[in-house]
Design a protein around this ligand. Structure first.
Ligand code: ADP
Length: 591
């Protein structure tokens, strides 16, 4: 790994006169701290007073004009309103000068002693911009979340950003500046990451040399992909292919540090290609979310279940659900009970988004509505684990979640022996003994395969998917059955819960978007929303098929190596088989 790619352009050695040793050396109290009420509260009071008085006086003025009463004739209420208006006006004028005055006083070196840097205090002071963007922020990226702002006025009246990176990092280490607020205050997100990395080094005494800072667009990360950023981890991306799937050729990007994985998948792609290609079928496209609600009795919970599963209520509920998004379309609701707790599993299409956020919004809307129908319903959580997200569950295995895909190919016997160095019967037998019987013996849930998760994870990381969803996305049953009188092999992978999207999350990051672009599925499909993410799911399944074929063949060939060695076959055959053997045993974590 390169170690020289990190630059800390703004880091400079500490200057002794600016060395900030303790929290006490940091910001000084502001004059407004002495007020009996917080400035933000008095601001609001005087704003309301000013506009109320103005409104009252204008109404009185209009009345006087319509009744021809002289304007200068004032009653008690009008005099009071006039005084209130004048007083609040003077206050508001003064308010605009507060920042200037405070800066002036701060500059004059009036020392007021230590100040407890409570973030909420800063927020209430209102003297820091609430939301400041990174300088290289793109227009379409979300606005920065507004943390309670840190001090802007430091020694010598400098703003935080005017200090050196080293000084700011020291201040973070000492707890004088909250690390999480750096992006908001420094505006330059790259600099914020660099300063934070340095602060971490200072705090831990451990070097982060080798963790790159430059070469990534921090603005596209902020508020969407990661917080407290200190750099990024490099993962090599290899390509497997061409994967001939449904008549199209795909070059599949795989991000992995597992040697042989890409090579192995590539070999599987070759076998599929030379056998005429693979075919995929999308069985279902539905993301799920299952909130949990509670009633006083199980009887009431059951009433909710019957209500939700009554076809007459579906249309009404789907209108409420669908209102939250152009793409979310409620498909089904299923309710399971655990005593008086009800778990409502909503399934919805989500266009090209993986869809968790989208479905959650729809579910929230329906829950609000249900509260009117069932006032005694208590919402416990928007997710009750019956969804089920990022966990191996029977409900996903049976019902599916995200995209359910089956992908198949008929491998020609000659290709199996030429490319895969094994045989139809050896593969079929190994699949039965290992992937089916062995997994059953292990009590596997959705793990009736050789290494689906290897391929799923590598593609997920390359294309900006949520890697944690590898858990259920890797549910897969691999079947290998001799066909054409035992000449050829029908191979299939059935994957009920592939959770992928081509918009949202990490898919918009430059390198991940490049990988999606390689597959021709970058971003939203404008002609047919949802088609890009569905194609990506098919590609995942097709690649898993290739991975299964290759590893299973290598394992089958490994048996051959042992046989060859045992029965003292020719050295040439042993050498050829040993290559495969090495391929197998060089695959870390492969079974
Ligand atoms: P997720 O629900 O997967 O977490 P987001 O919350 O980011 O993803 O939602 C995706 C966003 O992308 C939504 O705001 C949606 O309106 C927008 N969008 C634009 N085009 C599409 C599309 N073709 N399919 C799905 N969402 C789309």
């Amino acid at each position: 790994m390169k170690t020289d790619c990190r630059t800390r352009t703004s880091v400079s050695p500490r200057r002794p006169q600016q060395q900030l040793k303790t929290q006490r050396d940091w910001p000084k109290p502001l004059p407004s701290d002495a007020l009996p009420l917080p400035v933000s509260l008095t601001n609001r009071i005087f704003m309301v007073l000013f506009f109320s008085a103005s409104y009252y006086l204008m109404r009185r003025w209009r009345d006087k004009i319509t009744t021809s009463t002289p304007l200068h004739m004032l009653n008690l209420g009008e005099i009071a309103a006039l005084i209130a208006q004048l007083a609040s006006f003077i206050y508001l004028i003064g308010f605009f000068g507060i920042d200037y005055v405070q800066t002036y006083i701060s500059k004059s070196g009036d020392d007021a002693g230590p100040w407890d840097l409570d973030d909420d205090d800063h927020a209430s002071r209102g003297n820091i911009p609430r939301s400041r963007g990174c300088s290289n922020r793109k227009a379409q990226t979300p606005t920065i979340p507004t943390p309670p702002p840190p001090p802007m006025q430091l020694l010598s009246g400098k703003t935080l950003g005017e200090h050196t990176d080293e000084d700011i990092a020291s201040a973070i280490r000492e707890g004088a500046v909250p690390s999480y607020s750096l992006e908001a205050v420094l505006v330059d997100c790259g600099r914020a990451a660099s300063v934070r990395q340095r602060a971490v080094e200072l705090a831990t005494g451990r070097s982060l040399e080798g963790l790159p800072i430059t070469g990534i667009d921090y603005a596209s990360i902020l508020g969407q992909c990661c917080e407290m950023v200190v750099g990024y981890v490099q993962i090599p991306v290899g390509v497997a292919g061409p994967l001939l799937l449904d008549g199209f050729e795909f070059t599949v990007p795989m991000a992995t540090t597992e040697g042989c994985l890409v090579a192995s998948t590539n070999r599987g792609c070759k076998a599929i290609y030379q056998s005429g290609g693979a075919t995929s079928t999308l069985l279902k496209d539905s993301m799920t979310r299952a909130p949990v609600v509670r009633f006083a009795t199980a009887k009431r919970a059951a009433e909710l279940k019957f209500y939700l599963e009554d076809a007459n209520n579906f249309e009404n509920l789907s209108v409420i659900f669908n209102r939250t998004s152009r793409f979310a379309r409620l498909q089904d609701m299923f309710c399971a009970l655990a005593g008086r707790n009800a778990y409502l599993r909503f399934t919805s299409s989500t266009g090209d988004a993986m869809g968790m956020n989208m479905v959650s919004k729809g579910v929230q809307n329906v829950l609000s509505y249900l509260k009117h129908v069932f006032p005694d319903m208590e919402s416990i959580s928007i997710s009750g684990n019956f969804c089920a997200d990022k966990k191996a569950t029977a409900v996903n295995w049976v019902e599916g979640r995200g995209k359910s895909v089956v992908c198949e190919a008929v491998l020609k016997g000659e290709i199996i022996s030429k490319v895969l160095k094994t045989s139809v019967s050896a593969l079929a037998e190994l699949n039965m003994v290992k992937n089916l019987a062995g997994s059953a013996l292990a009590g596997s849930l959705g793990g009736f395969n050789a290494h689906a998760s290897n391929i799923v994870s590598a593609i997920f990381i390359a294309t900006g998917q949520d890697p944690a969803q590898n858990v259920e996305s890797s549910h897969c049953i691999t079947m290998m059955e001799p066909v054409n009188g035992g000449q050829d092999l029908h191979v299939s992978v059935t994957m009920p819960s592939i959770e992928v999207g081509t918009v949202g999350g990490g898919t918009q990051l430059a390198s991940q978007a490049a990988c999606l672009n390689l597959l021709g599925v970058k971003g939203a499909n404008l002609e047919s929303p949802g088609r890009n993410s569905q194609t990506l799911a098919r590609i995942v399944a097709g690649s898993v098929l290739a991975g299964e074929i290759s590893l299973m063949s290598a394992l089958a060939a490994g048996q051959l190596v042992k046989s060859h060695m045992k029965y003292n076959r020719s050295s040439q055959n042993v050498a050829a088989a040993s290559e495969i053997y090495l391929l197998v045993y060089n695959l870390p974590h492969s079974p």
